[in-house]
Design a protein around this ligand. Structure first.
Ligand SMILES: [Zn+2]
Length: 140
């Protein structure tokens, strides 16, 4: 069994800092994703061509990179309520979020027109991002 941290670190070295963060941030955090973006697949295939011992299927890649792209922590799962309708957060919120706590948990999932029967759904979040968001909220 290969150490996940070893694979991540080898991949990080292979693609470089910027692409690595982008790659990790775009690995689907929800369970409904079925494949990576084309450029991600390409990056992963080039990597495993040189490191065939690290070959993984989609599920394996998602599990490996279910980490915060800012802090590197493994993400935790939590159930949040499903809210029907569309919810718009202020653009400033997304700006702050992307910069300081990209993986903090949203308080709910909005259906955005999708037909979702569940009243609660699991989300993935970074505990460190959550702490940062909470302490920023206390300051304002
Ligand atoms: Zn984080």
């Amino acid at each position: 069994m290969v150490d996940p941290a070893e694979i991540r670190s080898a991949f990080h070295n292979f693609v470089g800092d910027e692409r690595y963060r982008k790659f990790v941030s775009m690995v689907p955090l929800a369970t409904d994703g079925t494949r990576l973006r084309f450029w991600q697949e390409h990056a992963w295939e080039s990597f495993t061509a040189e490191h065939p011992q690290f070959t993984l299927d989609f599920a394996g890649i998602v599990e490996l990179f279910r980490i915060c792209h800012l802090h590197g922590n493994p993400l935790t799962q939590r159930l949040v309520p499903v809210q029907h309708g569309c919810v718009d957060f202020a653009p400033e919120y997304w700006q702050t979020r992307n910069e300081f706590h990209p993986c903090s948990p949203l308080p709910f999932i909005s259906t955005e027109g999708r037909d979702i029967a569940e009243t609660e759904l699991p989300i993935w979040f970074c505990a460190e991002c959550e702490q940062i968001e909470l302490s920023r909220q206390r300051q304002t």
